[in-house]
Design a protein around this ligand. Structure first.
Ligand SMILES: [Zn+2]
Length: 488
């Protein structure tokens, strides 16, 4: 048996101004066939290595092609997408034949000429491999599940948790289904249920945590191979954008359809409770002040992980105006500021203009007097798994009573070492304000008394009814329409 693997991962915010091009894919990779040896610090390499280990265990010949990841941003540059896609397809053709192709994709990549990059890759892979080979894809739940993907692949498995702490587990499940399918021990068929919702669904609290349990329970039913919830990515405008349930069953399309409908209706019936309701900045600061332990404030709308610039400083300004102390704020993406501070050196105190550089979603810049406390070249932080996430050159600035981290490579703030790695003592802080929508909860949850996602201004607006879709096919979705499935 021969197994082919490849990965091309980015989540496209079609409303974000910054294009996703070669530079975006160069921050941690790309790996041209050597992710399992040189990419062990990257999420892509960690999963590729897990598939390689499984193949070695099972005596399956293993081939790896391109593994590339770009931080979410605006629409991908067409020529860059085609170059990476064609590198994968040319490896698939020239190094074949293969019995299985496993892809690590995001599911919400949009290029200038293609609204469904993953469906495009899978369909072209199918044309090369023929109908007998098994094609599997591991997707992020913030994906647009499309008919083209379902048509081209044999099995698609989504990460279940948000924060995405279970990508390795799900990757191993996908491997298992596909290997068993080649051995004719199962015959995967997939069905989708469209919940006709747009939403944001962290799995760390109820009722969403309960729906993850419901999906896992459904997977114990005879004949059910995998149950996934595609949260969808609200800020990617494509014909298929929306929340959907995907079920892979063993040779039984009716069972797949039934289970998808059951799980989908259960989630739909909780839609009102699932709608995020975040406090505005003033209320959030009040909540933080009333907190006895550490309060973690999330600048949710300016999350690089959803394609936002990460240089909106409205929350920092409010904290300074309110005279907050024993606080940290980070991590702001502002390479110009990093350069100026590195030039000035540790100990320098001087006037500085921070943030507000990339467009309307960045808001106004902030003029401050800052003291440089540390300059760290090639800083990095712990990712959601064993991988590390590069942050480029980073500086620790003291502004008023707040320690601020500014970095030169754009990423969301995943873990405390984004701050402590620069020498900041988090144990002495009362307020940790950071740029992330939800992934931060995995690492900051244990040190916080209260986690407060804040309704900040920025590129990731949570008012889903007001998102100005132009390409989305179905505009009768919740919360634009109260009951699109007519259940009430
Ligand atoms: Zn995601």
């Amino acid at each position: 048996m021969r197994l082919f693997t490849a990965g091309l991962i980015t989540e496209t915010n079609t409303f974000a101004p910054w294009p996703t091009g070669r530079r975006g894919f160069s921050e941690n990779g790309p790996f041209h066939g050597d992710a399992t040896t040189h990419g062990r610090d990257a999420e892509t390499g960690v999963l590729a290595a897990a598939w390689k280990d499984l193949a070695a265990r099972d005596g399956i010949a293993f081939a790896e092609s391109l593994f590339a990841h770009a931080q979410p941003s605006g629409t991908a540059v067409q020529s860059v997408y085609e170059e990476y896609r064609d590198e994968i397809l040319s490896d698939l053709k020239s190094r074949g034949p293969f019995d299985i192709a496993l892809f690590f994709l995001h599911g919400a990549m949009v290029s200038a000429g293609c609204d469904d990059c993953e469906g495009d890759i899978l369909a072209r892979a199918r044309a090369i491999l023929g109908p007998e080979a098994k094609i599997g894809a591991l997707l992020d739940p913030h994906c647009h599940l499309t008919p083209q993907m379902i048509e081209a692949a044999d099995a698609i498995v989504l990460i279940k948790e948000y924060p995405h702490i279970d990508y390795l587990e799900r990757g191993r499940e996908l491997y298992d289904i596909c290997v068993r399918a080649v051995r004719k021990e199962c015959r995967p068929v997939m069905r989708l249920f469209d919940c006709r919702m747009i939403g944001f669904y962290p799995t760390t609290s109820e009722p969403m945590a309960g729906f993850v349990r419901l999906m896992k329970q459904a997977e114990t039913r005879p004949g059910v191979l995998s149950v996934s919830f595609g949260h969808g990515f609200p800020w990617g405008d494509t014909p298929e954008t929306g929340s959907k349930v995907l079920v892979v069953a063993d040779g039984d399309a009716v069972l797949a359809e039934t289970v998808a409908s059951e799980v989908g209706h259960a989630i739909y019936d909780a839609r009102k409770v699932l709608l995020p309701r975040y406090p505005d900045i003033n209320r959030a600061l009040d909540q933080a002040r009333n907190c006895k332990g550490v309060a973690v404030l999330a600048d949710a709308a300016d999350n690089a992980g959803g394609g936002a610039p990460s240089d909106n400083v409205a929350l920092l300004k409010a904290m300074l105006d309110a005279g907050v102390d024993r606080a940290v704020f980070g991590c702001i993406w502002d390479p110009v500021t990093v350069q100026a501070c590195a030039e000035a050196g540790v100990g320098a105190t001087f006037p500085l203009r921070i943030g507000g550089k990339c467009g309307p979603a960045s808001g106004a810049p902030l003029d401050v007097i800052a003291t440089v406390r540390a300059v760290v070249p090639n800083h990095s932080q712990k990712d959601l798994g064993p991988a590390r996430c590069p942050m480029g050159d980073a500086v620790w600035l003291e502004i008023g009573g707040i320690d601020v981290v500014v970095m030169s490579v754009r990423t969301q703030t995943f873990s405390p070492d984004a701050f402590t790695g620069l020498g900041i003592d988090l144990a002495s802080k009362k307020i940790i304000a950071l740029k992330s929508s939800w992934h931060f909860q995995a690492s900051f949850g244990p040190i916080a008394e209260k986690l407060i996602p804040v309704a900040t201004p920025g590129a990731l607006q949570m008012d889903f009814a007001a998102i100005a879709y132009r390409k989305k096919r179905d505009l009768e979705f919740y919360p634009r329409i109260a009951d699109p499935l007519r259940r009430d």
